[in-house]
Design a protein around this ligand. Structure first.
Ligand code: 0L1
Ligand code: MG
Length: 265
């Protein structure tokens, strides 16, 4: 698919989305006629603005890999985005609420890529390169008013990526079959959502082949040390200020974080 929109328009949209994130001020849907290729071009420009300010890409994320999530947002296609070092929160750490617009949180499974993937790597090579798996939390925060967007809008907005937390890594070689593990999400000790890793593309390991295919199609790299967020196992839930959030995946342990500080304190 080739892009059709003029380059200046794509650059302007990347600037708009970047400013929305920097100032915590949502924007309306662009309304521009964008192809998916245009939308990924905007996303790369947007992430490039972050890295030009000293941030570093630390991984990739897939979105809409579960039916619950796709239905929640009214779309029906898997998308890919980047996560960065400044989006990473330590397990058990505090995520500063300053600058968030309408954050939501979702329990995910993360894979750790242990070696660089050559351009011609196949699915088996990527599986071999995976050295760890972990429970994870992803915080999403659409830069669009009221979380209203179409597929191209959300791709342009780097798939609403805002922050992430990775729990303890388990050696991929000893983790066993991840195909149907129970997933729990608790906010302030209250069970908010339960699900199964099977909700992620039918089996979360399918996220590996999907990430490889989408990386190639849309210009992402998979390098040593990167994480791959495979997607949510449940629908996302609102993340209130002051919340203490924990997620667990059967056999892999749990991950947690606090959300606070910022303008409220
Ligand atoms: O599943 C995902 O991480 C995609 C998030 C993009 C859609 C949203 O903002 O809910
Ligand atoms: Mg997600």
């Amino acid at each position: 698919m080739t892009g059709t929109a003029p380059r200046e328009g794509l650059t302007a949209l990347a600037e708009t989305l970047d400013a929305a994130q920097l100032h915590g001020a949502p924007v309306s849907q662009s309304g521009a006629a964008m192809t998916l290729a245009d939308a990924y071009a905007v996303q790369h420009l947007l992430v490039g603005r972050r890295t030009s300010r000293g941030d570093r890409i630390s991984g990739v994320k897939l979105g809409f890999t579960s039916r619950a999530k796709a239905i929640q947002m009214g779309v029906d296609d898997v998308i890919i985005g980047s996560v960065t070092e400044r989006m990473r929160v330590e397990d058990g750490g505090l995520l500063d609420a300053a600058g968030f617009i309408h954050p939501r949180i979702e329990p995910e499974l993360a894979y750790l890529i242990g070696s660089d993937l050559p351009a011609d790597a196949d699915d088996a090579a990527l599986r071999q390169a995976v050295v760890g798996v972990a429970p994870a939390l992803e915080i999403i925060d659409s830069r669009y008013l009221d979380f209203r967007f179409d597929l191209e809008d959300v791709v342009a907005d780097n798939t609403s990526a805002a922050a992430y937390v990775i729990g303890p890594w388990t050696d991929a070689a000893t983790a066993g079959d991840l195909g149907n593990r129970g997933v729990r999400l608790e906010v302030d000790g209250r069970l908010c959502a339960t699900g199964s890793t099977a909700a992620i593309l039918g089996h979360p390991d399918r996220a590996l082949a999907t990430a490889l295919r989408m990386s190639r199609a849309h210009g992402f790299e998979l390098r040593a040390g990167m994480v791959l967020l495979a997607g949510a196992a449940t629908a996302a839930v609102p993340l209130p200020h002051g919340a203490h959030v924990a997620a667990s995946v059967t056999g892999l342990g749990s991950v947690w974080m606090r959300f606070g500080g910022g303008a409220h304190d």
